[in-house]
Structures are given as C-alpha cells and as structure tokens.
Design a protein around this ligand. Sequence first.
Ligand SMILES: [Zn+2]
Length: 357
Amino acid sequence: MVVSALQHAPNPFSFSFTYHFTAPALPPSTTARRSSSARAPARSPMAVSSVRIAVVGDVHDQWDLEEDTKALHFLKPDLVLFTGDFGDENVELVRSVAKLEFAKAIILGNHDSWFTQQFSGKRKDSVQLQLECLGAEHVAYQRLDYPQLKLSIVGGRPFSCGGEKLFRKKLLSAGFGVEDIDQSARRIYKAAMGAPEDHLVILLAHNGPTGLGSNIDDICGKDWDLGGGDYGDPDLTKAISELKESAKLCIPLVIFGHMHKELAHGNGLRKMIVVGDDGIIYLNGAIVPRVRSLTSELTGDTSLNSNEAPHSDLGSTRAYTTVDISDGRVTKIAECWVSVVGEMTKLQEEHVLLSVA
Ligand SMILES: [Zn+2]
C-alpha cells in the first residue's frame, strides 16, 4: 500500500530547522517511490480495511538499519511508530532511523535530551540535530494524516520523563512554545482536533497518561520505588479526556514507552496493555533491551559457536509490537520477536496481548 502523510498542525518552531515542519511529511511522489522499495509484497492499494502498525519501543542504542529493515519487511507494517529514547542523544542512531524506508512517526524521549537542557544559540546541539534529521516525522504536538490508511497519528509531549512536572522545560518553551502542563495538554488536543472525521486517531507519546494504576507493575507504575506510584503524564490524560468530551474523534489506541517491561530490582514484568472503561487501548511498547543475539541452539545450526564465528554472525532476534486493525477496529496486538540471520527472517516468538474475534 502506498502511504502518504500530510501535516496540518501549526509550526511553533523558531529555529533553523523550521522548514522541516512546514513541508508535507512524505510528498506523494517521493512516498510512492520509497514505499514500493520498502514493502514486498505490496498489499492491495484498496485494502484500507486492513492496517498493520509495528511499534518500535524504546531503542536504547539497539538499532541496526539493515537488520531492522529485514525484520520489518517480514512483518509488513503499513506504518512504523517509534516511542523514542534512541540513546543518550545518539544522533547517529536517530539519523539511521530517519533513513528507514517505511512510513513512520516518531516521538523523542527524555534520553534523547539527556544532556541538553536548553537549545544552543551558537551551534546546533544534539537535540536540534535529532529534530532536524527527523523533520516532520517527529510528531510532537503535531499530527500526521495517512489518507490511504484512514488513520492519523497525533504526538504527545517530547522528552517526557514521567510524573507531574515538565521535563526539559526550556526546550519545550523555546522549541514548542509550551510553558506548563495545561498548555501541553491543549497543544495535544488541538493537534488531534483537526483530524479528518473518517480517520482513526492514534496518540503516540514517550510516556503514557496518568490514571492507569499506581502499582509497580502497572502500565505507567513507578517501579524503582517499592511504594509504587502513578508516573504517567497528566497533560496526556487531560488531552485525552477533553478529546473524548468532544466526541468528534474515534481514538482506539494510545501508544507510548518509557516505563520498561522489565521492572527494576528484578521485580518481574510490567503490564504492557490496558483496555480502559471507555474502550481506549493503552499500549506500552518499551521492551528493553529490544535485541538479543541468537545462540547456535536458536538458529538450529550447531556447527556455529562463539569460538568459530563472530557473535553477530549468528544473527539476532528483534522486538516489535504489532497492531492489526480491521474495518476500523483493533483486532490483534502482539509482542513479536523476529529473528534475522543473514537474509533469513522468521517469527521467533509471538506473545498475543489482545485478540478480538
Ligand atoms: Zn524514557
């Protein structure tokens, strides 16, 4: 399926990379060319009734453009969503992600502004460089519309670290014109409200909203403190609440990361999916680390062992969370581990998180 994305939300940037936010995200002609090389085999151009999204959760330096491209070709998503935390301001890695030839939307996390507290006026700092190479595919407070998929992606607050206070306040103020939680909520709301009426709206944020539980294993629960606590973003909650009141939009899904699946201090695993009373699905994609090296047992080739070949020759298995949408409804969500050994790819593990008959 050929996908194009158009951006409608206003651009508050005053930096030299402003032009990235004013142009269409993927001009149709460019997109058609890129998409045809990115997907094989292509889905029917008319198959809007079926959409697949692949979520790449918090990367934390675990990314290889070639290997992840092979795994994504295996999964055949129409759209790839990234929840951020690529590294600690790992500009080269973000540049590599920007080269991925799939339709995609991205939000930067707190680790992507790990060192930079305010924009540098004299030279491009690492946050500016990341924003520049991502261009309009960085969806913070913006919306990308995918008319062929009948889908819009709306970005939440970038650099979020969780909790009640804004993280990287000076970056948010200078780069996005956001001074406080209320303004942040308003910006998310406004970006969503312009979505075409026949589109599903999916929110993409680095951290999830408050109100989803305060136990250490809850989807946004504080796990480094044995007392737990709700570490969600209050602005995201407020925006969602106001969007629901407007009753104009269909929001089936909110996707985020930040709070890792594996809990601190060996306290087990986090709940990665919650279906709200209102039917909204909240999905945490932060499977960290998202790449494992394959052992010779897993590849089934006992002639290889770590003494005979470099470890990387054995290949890797890479985590994604897939979301399948049919006829406007989310029908399946699964944590998928895809193995990549040379040119061979296969589904190594699948953990179904949600399945609707
Ligand atoms: Zn984070």
